[in-house]
Design a protein around this ligand. Structure first.
Ligand code: NAD
Length: 319
């Protein structure tokens, strides 16, 4: 059985092993695959793994042997899952590997907006403290989170894990989700409509998947409904934000600060307006990437294929 991994480098740049997959078939791992090469590289393979390489209708039409697609990520928007379903091809994702890592960096990004630790350290290392007339200084407003409200859009695994850390910092949480879980409600955690969340949150963090219904959810219209000076964090998917609108809101001061791990087109384009917007911190899609979580991802990817081959499929997103 032929197994092709289209873009294995970011999952395993050399510190993990592909042996688990190799035990299941003949495996070819490509570090990265361009759109022009996707069809040729899949060829007559039956099993395809992708992380961010797009698999669309054209690929399914040109590669009739495909029997299973394994997405090496939680978000599976790179695969046309309806086209796969129409051909009877199951698509499996990795739902849980990164919950702790992504919620951890979400709060790290928020703390960075509140304290600008990186900037302050760079300032000290270049001599600003040595030359300071006072015994301390700060280059940005410093923000205490206790008592402030965190609005979480998409209250699934990562949203809930983020809420727990925020509550430990003394924050109140407003959650917006298509499904409400009664047991999660408490004195410091309430569900809200999207408009209530937008109007009452000091910090808004995005944790919903990228669907047609969530694309561009942070846009001019919704930003206008937010508190002046709001902070926005996005560790989910870049296209949830209309970047021109957010850059304008940052530059006008309507939005105080933003921290992003994801942008609309990755790697980030040189003309992305957020690169030059005021008070915008951007990391290169690293939330998922601690070795601990990549290692879990690899194990679950192998398990997904093992169970599919045993006729007991799990984590199928297009049933
Ligand atoms: P999850 O499925 O557990 O949670 C998603 C939640 O969003 C669900 O509760 C769902 O009901 C809700 N939702 C769906 N549509 C909605 C809508 N229109 N409005 C409001 N809520 C809606 O997923 P998760 O494990 O929490 O992951 C969330 C997202 O995080 C993933 O889809 C992925 O895009 C992103 N992610 C990013 C990284 C990274 O490295 N930056 C890593 C892993 C996951």
């Amino acid at each position: 059985m032929k197994i092709v991994v289209l873009d294995g480098y970011t999952l395993n740049p050399g510190d993990l092993s592909w042996d688990g997959l190799k035990a299941l078939g003949d495996v070819v791992v490509y570090d990265r695959t361009s759109a022009e090469k996707t069809i040729e590289r899949i060829g007559d393979a039956e099993i395809v793994f992708t992380n961010k390489t797009v698999i669309d209708q054209e690929v399914f039409a040109s590669c009739p042997n495909i029997k299973f697609i394994g997405v090496l990520a939680t978000g599976y928007n790179v695969v046309d899952v309806e086209a796969a379903k129409a051909k009877g091809i199951p698509v499996a994702n990795i739902p849980t590997y990164g919950t702790t890592a992504v919620s951890q960096i979400t709060i790290a990004l928020l703390l960075e907006v509140c304290h600008h630790i990186g900037e302050h350290s760079r300032s000290v290392l270049k001599g600003d403290w040595t030359n300071c007339p006072d015994w301390c200084y700060w280059n940005y407003p410093l923000i205490e989170l206790a008592g402030k409200t965190l609005g979480i859009i998409g209250f699934g695994r990562i949203g809930q894990a983020t809420a727990k850390i925020a509550q430990a910092l003394g924050m109140k949480v407003l959650a917006f989700d298509s499904y409400e879980i009664e047991e999660l409600k408490s004195d410091t955690l309430q569900y809200a409509s999207l408009d209530e969340l937008l109007a009452n949150s000091d910090v808004i963090s995005l944790h919903c998947p990228l669907f047609d219904s969530t694309k561009g959810i942070v846009n001019k219209n919704n930003i206008a409904k937010m508190k002046d000076g709001v902070i926005i964090i996005n560790t989910s998917r870049g296209p949830l934000i209309v970047e021109e609108d957010l850059a304008e809101a940052l530059n006008s001061g309507k939005v105080y600060g933003v921290a992003l791990d994801v942008v609309s087109s990755e790697p980030i384009k040189a003309d992305n307006p957020l690169l030059t917007a005021k008070n915008c911190i951007i990391t290169p899609h690293i939330a998922w990437a601690p070795k601990e979580s990549r290692s879990r991802l690899m194990d679950i990817a192998v398990d997904n294929l093992t169970k599919f081959l045993a006729n007991t499929p799990v984590n199928i997103v297009n049933k």
